[in-house]
Design a protein. Structure first.
Length: 341
């Protein structure tokens, strides 16, 4: 007798009831959650921000090495990251799934346990979604809703000349974590007796499988009295996101190579894979750190922050987007990160 339950045994409404059992509403703006034709939200006088992201099996994740619980957590985190990038506070999410025939009830419960943990961590309410069958693999679509005081949303298009360019955390880890996981997968496929040893690469693997949205920094910036002049989250790579800010703000930028933040594991692993660490930092995606600009007057408030690096400055558009090496040479930055098509 199998210990797993086929989704057909439970049915769509049974699955929804099972999901609903573990959902607890926390935000005052959530009036009605799962269980009716639509959620009812009452945000008061604030602006609402909405973002949707989709994760597709075989394109965005590989279940050979990505546990379903981690995947559920990541699906929420990447959407919360978009809300953070608007200087907003996430309040609700909806989750829609297209589920392939090989998935069991227990597998979907595992996925939703990761979603539940992320909701608890980021203090968001799961208020609805949809489930349907898939002829292929698993597809997850998450819509995140957030609140921001009127006039406090931060856009990509409002950076100004002489602003400082800042980034949170360190970069390149998620990309190199993926390289490590792909290598170990190949070793396993060649010899299933070989068990992966990822202990020395734990930080990089964690960056890939379970990224965190930087809501902590959004709260800290508010406490410091800093409103960024522009902001974006780093999903497709630092170079790509910087180009978005510069093109939409009609400015240029100078980024200093020796200011780019990298964990020692990133440098060592790049060397191991014979990859240029600077290229990994500039073009590796999925770090979900925040790239933002601030007024020059805010320098003293940020210069000693342990988790924010000031990596350059905004320049006139005519100067282009450039990387400045320690020797003073400059190279044009080109977006070579993740492209979807």
């Amino acid at each position: 007798m199998s210990e797993y339950t086929a989704l057909s045994d439970l049915g769509e409404f049974g699955l929804i009831r099972k999901i609903q059992e573990n959902i607890k509403l926390e935000n005052a703006s959530t009036k009605i959650g799962i269980g009716d034709d639509a959620a009812v939200l009452e945000p008061g006088q604030k602006n609402i921000v909405v973002s949707t992201d989709m994760l597709v099996e075989g394109v965005h994740f590989d279940l050979t090495f990505c546990p379903l619980r981690h995947l559920g957590y990541k699906a929420v985190a990447v959407n919360v990251s978009d809300i953070a990038a608007m200087n907003a506070i996430p309040t609700q999410i909806t989750v829609s799934l297209a589920i392939g025939a090989r998935y069991t009830v227990e597998a979907i419960e595992d996925l939703y346990e990761g979603i539940r943990i992320a909701c608890e961590n980021y203090k968001v309410d799961l208020v609805g979604g949809d489930t349907t069958s898939s002829k292929g693999g698993l597809v997850i679509s998450v819509t995140a809703i957030g609140e921001v005081a009127a006039g406090e949303a931060v856009l990509r298009s409002t950076a100004e000349v002489n602003d400082l360019v800042c980034v949170t955390g360190d970069l390149g880890g998620a990309y190199l974590g993926l390289q490590v996981l792909e290598r170990e997968k190949q070793v396993f496929l060649d010899n299933p007796e070989m068990q992966p040893d990822l202990q020395e690469k734990e930080y990089l693997v964690q960056r890939q499988l379970k990224p965190e949205a930087r809501m902590d920094v959004i709260h800290e910036l508010k406490e410091l009295g800093i409103k960024p002049t522009s902001m974006i989250d780093i999903s497709d790579g630092l170079a790509s996101e910087l180009m978005h800010i510069c093109s939409q703000s009609k400015v240029g930028a100078a980024i200093y190579q020796d200011k780019l933040p990298a964990d020692p594991q990133v440098l060592n692993t790049a060397d191991e894979f014979r990859l240029d660490p600077v290229m990994c930092i500039l073009n590796g995606g999925e770090d979900y750190e925040l790239l933002f600009t601030v007024k020059l007057a805010d320098f003293d408030k940020l210069k000693n922050h342990p988790d924010i690096s000031i990596i350059g400055k905004i320049t006139e558009a005519s100067e282009g987007v450039r990387l400045v090496t320690p020797s003073g040479n400059t190279f044009p930055i080109k977006a070579q990160g993740w492209t979807h098509f």
